[in-house]
Design a protein around this ligand. Structure first.
Ligand code: NOJ
Ligand code: CA
Length: 675
């Protein structure tokens, strides 16, 4: 074991003086020796740092906890043991952006023990990949640490070099539904993760977490300069987390790559840091596309509430089922099918009944009708944050779903952040955060109940994605960002750069139910800031195994040529490549269908038009493909000519280079049919 001695700069009385007492006590390098993580002890205090090719990426950053009723767990620490391990394994996903995922990392486990009473210990477990790393704390069983009440996690992230950040605020009322801000890192206040930065030297770094289980979500609070500290989402009791040792925290993750394209690919490490599938055979979940009684509700031409404008009627639903069957969509989502929507449902979830339909919605007949046509109803459980009320009904609700062949459910938690209602044993109601420890456990209870009935979950107003789909492959999708609904009624609406921001921030964490495909390009009294072709490109760019075709059937009927792409595009992939892109500017994806030899390409841009050269080297060499091209037409522009659109066809091979002409606010979608 080497000991590395470092010169540390310690500010004393405002003056920086050199000390030589920082000691690197443990070190681990990534398999290809790209990244290194070092653990230091300086006068009993523990810190880590991250180097890439020997250059600092994260400067000395503290580790530790502030515990209730106990001394801080961060001083008087000494290394008591360490072990290392290498791991290289390729595992198969039941569904996903790629069929196989490689997990190649080196691991360091270092135990730190207090040198004075009460001599508490904890482990720091680090896994380093060539494109990122994760570390977590493990608190072993020990005499002086039983119940652990965490008031604060003291983990820091001190970015070594100046950078630009793409971020949304954390701890604010609208949960994760903010437009991404692009600022110097020094202007970030408190951010949700994934937070993505690009250093002035061109390094792309994303901060996030993996396997958030029975713990509070981590926000990043900037404390000074480029230094951030973990700020755990609050709990109603006043602390952040309560656990009993032994336990471990979620992984704190850093993805570190040269390019934005590689940053997207590095998200595999989030899945790799999660536990393997616990549900066994999940072949009952079929990745699929769905339509729904949904956009009309956001346009306010129909309502969730019963009455004259009620969308969820038997007759209307039949129309949607017929359309789905005719055009090959497996799912039909119906919102407003159950009692509880009349009056002010927002923040009044106690009226919701999840086992009974409204009188004008014949759920038995409709599910039988759907099944007879090869279609499934998609369930909807809007809780309006009355979460304990929902928990009392969810087992029966999932049982009913299973009986009716409703094998996926969209859940919802509409209320301001911090407004989750948890009924305590004495009947009083406590308010929790969407991303606090209690609600993270709620999501777990939902997943487990749904899995018992072979039901898949797509949560809206969720807790953020931390890769739990690996362990619970019935957690297929979620919202957790500004989706298409903001294009209907948002003020401000989603600007043309929105999706190019999402790809390199929110989408790093996992699938999103963005609900693309509004070919009418029209919201509620406002135009959608897109071209027609860009709506198609979104199907390849924004991964979702339950992918919605969100527009009204009558609008698709008016755009049959473009609609063909939405009908053809799969929702499950064998392989994914980000060919090119930059945060907030543009991106080009190629994905291979999991069930055929066909490839698909999706490219989209922000408010600027772009000319991109795309080598088709991802295609199978020695094969000819028919490229079915859906592109922006001549003169297309999101502002004044959004419908200008062209569909054309040509034969291509892997040796070809395509020139993509993306209009301002535009995009392009291509299906490569293997011959
Ligand atoms: C917000 C969801 O994002 C939206 O899709 C849904 O229609 C409403 N809540 C009602 O549940
Ligand atoms: Ca831009």
């Amino acid at each position: 074991m080497h000991l590395f001695r470092h010169i540390a700069l310690l500010p004393i009385l405002g003056l920086a003086v050199f000390t030589a007492n920082a000691e690197t006590v443990a070190r681990v390098e990534s398999p290809g020796k790209v990244l290194a993580v070092e653990l230091d002890i300086t006068e009993g205090r523990l810190a880590y740092r991250v180097l890439r090719f020997g250059e600092p990426v994260i400067d000395d950053s503290r580790l530790g906890f502030q515990l209730r009723g106990a001394e801080k767990l961060e001083r008087n620490l000494a290394l008591s043991s360490q072990t290392t391990r290498s791991h290289d394994e390729t595992w198969e996903q039941p569904w996903g952006e790629s069929r196989f995922v490689r997990d190649h990392h080196n691991e360091l486990r270092a135990r730190f023990t207090e040198t004075i009473a009460p001599n508490r210990s904890f482990d720091v477990l680090v896994r380093v990949f060539d494109d990122g790393l994760g570390f977590r704390y493990e608190l072993p069983e020990q005499p002086n640490l039983d119940e652990v009440i965490i008031d604060d996690e003291l983990t820091e992230f001190a970015l070594a070099t100046p950078a630009t950040a793409w971020w949304i605020p954390a701890g604010e009322w609208n949960r994760y539904e903010y437009l991404y801000d692009r600022t110097p890192v020094e202007q970030v206040t408190q951010a949700h993760t994934p937070m993505t930065v690009r250093t002035d030297d061109g390094l792309h770094i994303a901060f996030h977490e993996a396997a958030l289980v029975d713990y509070a979500g981590m926000w990043l609070r900037r404390t000074e300069g480029r230094r951030f500290r973990a700020q755990l989402a609050p709990a109603s009791e006043g602390w952040k987390v309560r656990r009993n040792a032994p336990f471990h925290t979620p992984w704190r993750t850093l993805q570190i790559t040269d390019s934005a394209a590689a940053l997207y690919a590095s998200s595999d490490l989030i899945l790799n840091l999660n536990e393997p599938n616990r549900l066994g055979d999940v072949s009952w979940f079929e990745p699929a596309k769905y339509i729904g009684i949904w956009w009309s509700l956001h346009l306010d031409t129909e309502t969730w509430a019963t009455g004259r404008k009620h969308g969820a009627t038997t007759k209307n639903t039949k129309r949607y089922i017929d359309f789905a069957a005719e055009h090959g969509f497996r799912g039909v989502l119906v919102e407003g099918w159950n009692p509880g929507w009349d009056g002010d449902w927002f923040g009044n979830g106690y009226d919701f009944d999840f086992t009974r339909a409204t009188p004008d919605f014949d759920i038995e007949a409709l599910s039988a009708y759907a099944t007879s046509k090869g279609v499934r109803l998609v369930g909807h459980h809007e809780t309006a944050c009355a979460v304990s009320h929902y928990e009392e009904q969810m087992e029966a609700a999932f049982a009913m779903n299973a009986r009716l062949g409703i094998d996926s459910v969209k859940t919802g938690y509409v209320c301001d952040a911090g407004g989750i209602e948890r009924r305590l044993d004495d009947g009083t109601v406590a308010r929790e955060w969407h991303d606090g420890q209690w609600n993270s456990n709620h999501h777990q209870r939902v997943l487990e109940a749904a899995a018992r009935h072979k039901v898949a979950i797509n949560a809206h107003e969720p807790i953020k994605d931390t890769g739990l789909r690996r362990t619970y492959p019935n957690w297929v999708s979620r919202e957790g960002a500004r989706g298409m609904e903001y294009a209907a009624w948002g003020n401000p609406t989603n600007p043309p750069e929105h999706e190019t921001n999402l790809v390199f921030t929110r989408m790093l964490s996992g699938p999103m139910d963005f609900t693309p495909g509004i070919l009418s390009l029209q919201g509620r009294g406002q135009a959608i800031q897109t071209t027609l072709a860009k709506q198609l490109a979104l199907y390849v760019v924004l991964y979702c195994p339950l992918q919605m075709a969100a527009d009204l059937p009558e609008n698709y009927a008016r755009h049959m040529e473009a609609f063909q792409f939405i009908k053809d595009v799969p929702a499950d992939w064998a392989e994914t490549r980000v060919l090119d892109g930059e945060i907030g500017d543009y991106v080009t994806f190629a994905r291979k269908d999991r069930n055929s030899e066909d490839w698909y390409l999706g490219s989209l841009t922000d408010e600027h038009g772009r000319l991109l050269q795309v080598p088709l080297s991802f295609l199978d060499p020695g094969r000819t493909y028919t490229a079915q091209i859906y592109r922006d037409g001549d003169g297309a522009h999101w502002q004044d000519k959004p419908f200008a659109f062209a569909r054309e066809q040509r034969e291509v091979t892997s040796a070809d280079v395509l020139t993509l002409k993306l209009a301002a606010g535009g995009g392009q979608a291509i299906r490569f049919v293997a011959r």
